[in-house]
Design a protein around this ligand. Structure first.
Ligand SMILES: Nc1ncnc2c1ncn2[C@@H]1O[C@H](COP(=O)(O)OP(=O)(O)OP(=O)(O)O)[C@@H](O)[C@H]1O
Length: 357
């Protein structure tokens, strides 16, 4: 790859950080120029540490870090061409909006900083042009986060690191800012690496993601793939899979409880469970269709109204299944507790998963 094609490329290879009481181990992933990549995981998984290692803010024990094709492992933070945006904005309260945005610019050579004209355009794009002279302390959370974003982008980093930038905002503001983040990533061509523990946010924002658990990466891949084809019990739970059962495998057949399900391909040797998303458990009327591939009959044991759908609990094949029933299907099938219903799962929705790292 030519040097200019490497601009914005990130490669983290076998990163480890050992702290009293916590170990980040064998972290490896790479990000393509201009990509919106997510580090996903629950609290305490090591997401912030990974970001800070890339930014040069914490010492690392082993591993190499490349930005723009350059080995930055031993470089100081200011020489890495990365910017960082925090959840709590970290703005200067005594400066105005424009002074905050341009704060880092004055320390940069003209050829590497963002031209003032582009800063003005971005301020208009994110809807804060009219606030240029306002004091930071008078802004709302959403406005502050817009200022923080532009301050980080104004020094023209190749890579922008974002540590849960939306988590302090009300849900209404969050959606606007999610749209804005996507638009800024596209408009500036900057690589975005964002930390979040919010799976809905991940679904909306990310192209690819790495899922961290207890200091290790469990799975890396396109966000949609992590949801549809989790590879471990942890990733399945984290992405909201409601049916996870221990299983044994015989080629492309999974045997779980008192039932046998066909999969689309043979399970890997590491597989020990089966994951089925509740939206992939389709209900049918009565015993209709029972006896076909992955069709069973079950008894409804409970219902939970979730707003746009109803989660039905079905006892079938000796296991407690959960099915997300659309309101239309709910009205048609009427899966009232105690009733017998048919249940169908496509082979591609039966996902063999391992116990994890
Ligand atoms: N300087 C430090 N010394 C000791 N332990 C630390 C230090 N910094 C972080 N840790 C610990 O490392 C673990 C991972 O922290 P990290 O902030 O990376 O988690 P996270 O995934 O970003 O979680 P959250 O979503 O809550 O921010 C935590 O248990 C934290 O307490």
């Amino acid at each position: 790859m030519e040097k200019r094609d490497m601009k914005g490329r990130v490669a983290v290879c076998d990163l480890s950080i050992r702290l009293p009481g916590f170990r980040l181990e064998h972290i490896s992933f790479s990000i393509e120029p201009g990509e919106f990549f997510l580090l996903l995981g629950p609290t305490g998984a090591g997401k912030t540490l990974t970001l800070e290692a890339l930014a040069g803010l914490v010492p690392i024990n082993t591993g190499t870090l490349h930005v723009n094709g350059q080995n930055v492992t031993r470089l100081p933070p200011e020489a890495r061409s990365v910017g960082i945006v925090y959840q709590d904005y970290a703005l200067f309260p005594h400066l105005s909006v424009m002074e905050n945005i341009c704060y880092g610019v004055r320390y940069r050579k003209p050829e590497v900083r963002m031209p003032r004209k582009q800063i003005n355009e971005l301020m208009s794009q994110v809807g804060i042009a009219h606030l240029a002279n306002r004091s930071i302390v008078t802004l709302s959370g959403g406005e502050k986060q817009r200022v923080a974003l532009l301050r980080a982008l104004a020094v023209n980093p190749s890579v922008l690191l974002l540590d849960e930038p939306l988590s302090a905002l009300d849900p209404g503001f969050r959606e606007d800012l999610q749209q804005l983040l996507k638009a800024l990533c596209r408009a500036t061509g900057t690589t975005f690496l964002m930390v979040t523990h919010d799976v809905d946010e991940a679904r909306f924002l990310g192209e690819r993601a790495a899922v961290l658990h207890d200091g290790r990466i469990e799975q890396t891949g396109p966000v949609a793939w992590l949801f549809q084809k989790p590879s471990t019990v942890f990733v399945a739970r984290f992405t909201g899979v409601r049916n996870i059962f221990p299983a044994v495998f015989d080629g492309d057949r999974a045997i779980l409880g008192g039932c046998e399900l066909m999969m689309e391909a043979p399970a890997p040797a590491s597989a020990a469970h089966v994951a089925v998303r509740s939206e992939n458990v389709r209900l049918t009327n009565g015993t209709t269709g029972s006896g076909g591939v992955n069709q069973m009959t079950g008894r409804v044991t409970g219902l939970t109204h979730m707003g746009p759908y109803v989660e039905a609990m079905i006892q079938a094949g000796g296991l407690p299944w959960r099915s997300a029933v659309s309101l239309e299907a709910f009205a048609r099938i009427n899966p009232a507790p105690g009733r017998t219903v048919g249940m169908e799962i496509l082979p591609e929705a039966v996902v063999p998963i391992s116990s994890g790292t």
